[in-house]
Ligand binder design. Sequence first.
Ligand code: DGL
Length: 260
Amino acid sequence: MKRPIGVFDSGIGGITVLDSLIDVLPNEDFIYVGDTLNCPYGVKTPAEIEQLVTNVTKYLLSQNVKAIVIACNTATANSKHLKSITNIPIIGVIEPTARKALEVTKNNKITVLATQATVNSKAYYNLLTQNNAQVHQLGCPEFVELVESGEITSEKSYAVVDQVLESLKGKDFDTVILGCTHFKLLTNQVKNVFKSCEVVNSGMPTALELYSILQKENLLETSNTPGKVIINTTKDANKMKQIISSWFKKEYDGVYEIVI
Ligand code: DGL
């Protein structure tokens, strides 16, 4: 069905999810919104986050999207109210990511690295403990700052990640959830600290979830031509374009600044 899929995050983190969505659904059109003007979401109250999530969702609905992927854990944890705004499928990142972690863990001990708002929501904690996992959670707001400022390969990024994760060293979990979509860009830094752990991110689990929901709802695009990808930001399109250029290699129409 020739209608775009909306995807959003507080900034550039969700583009790591968009990357996987395009891998799995190359013929779909995507409209991405990074709400950079209001980034970070992770230090805001649930009421503030809900309002921002509503604003972005209404913008995407005005673009006639057939489904929305909330490519942000913090937004997903504060999105239950969206059911009263729209009937189209809304796919969050938390459930698919938690399921993946439960699949890969061998000792059922899982650490969740996320924003403080996601940690406080207990969204991961509840899902994982209901499935008998033992869970550590850690809020890592410093990681969002690193990624939004383009520090994804620097020595500083390794040092900051190492230091923030200090309190978890020596614990015997075998799986780490990158419970913030920005953190996928710091995978090497996290693996450098937890060398023997499986590191799970939201990209592929969410893309597979989207695929199966579109299929079930008969909403899959049937043409064989590559879809169109539009990236929007609520602040500084040039900066976003420059920061994603080193790692986002998919074809896209452009980065546009929008007011929502
Ligand atoms: N990328 C967002 C997430 O997955 C969080 C970043 C922020 O604090 O805005 O939770």
